[in-house]
Design a protein around this ligand. Structure first.
Ligand SMILES: [Fe+2]
Ligand SMILES: [Fe+2]
Length: 173
């Protein structure tokens, strides 16, 4: 599957989980678990593989994406630390969803079309394959293993310098 198709499908899945959380008709705890694992893995494959590979398409957009991931991760941590009976729980679900919605919109309407224009089908398939393998690994390991503890640093902060090095190596090769 093409990298952009894989990421778009994952976006739809996350939207579905948010919808269920907002409805409030099912136990939120398993949903939060699924949401956090999916989002940690989705952000990991973008930060570690996809963004470095497509950075040349629009460097500013990629830097912005790393920042938006940081904010989404912090919002998600606040949400995970909130008891579902807390009066602010639903508000935190909605606020986190809206942050992510905005980011997803930029990816799908701006970044992905540019990437699809610039990278060939073969390269997108190759990236998609590597990303799917890494996604499954991160989901399996879980949110806590994928993101730094506390609120001082996000997974984007940790990955960005490595992503830079990777893209330099890729350019040099
Ligand atoms: Fe993203
Ligand atoms: Fe994404």
């Amino acid at each position: 599957m093409k990298a952009t198709t894989l990421l778009t499908r994952q976006h739809r899945k996350v939207e579905g989980i948010f919808k269920k959380l907002e409805n409030g008709r099912v136990d939120p705890l398993p949903l939060l678990d699924e949401l956090s694992n999916d989002l940690a893995a989705h952000m990991a494959i973008e930060q570690e593989i996809f963004y470095p590979a497509v950075k040349a398409v629009d460097e500013d957009l990629i830097l912005e994406a790393f920042e938006e991931h940081s904010l989404a991760e912090l919002a998600l941590k606040r949400l995970l630390g909130t008891d579902p009976s807390d009066p602010s729980f639903k508000a935190r679900v909605v606020a986190t969803k809206e942050l992510i919605e905005h980011h997803v919109e930029e990816e799908e309407e701006d970044l992905f079309p540019k990437v699809e224009k610039k990278l060939g089908e073969e390269r997108l398939l190759e990236l998609g394959k590597a990303m799917k393998v890494r996604f499954d690994q991160v989901v399996e390991a879980g949110f806590d293993a994928a993101v730094p503890k506390g609120f001082a640093k996000t997974s984007a902060d940790v990955t960005k310098p490595r992503a830079k090095a990777t893209s330099k190596t890729a350019k040099a090769a």
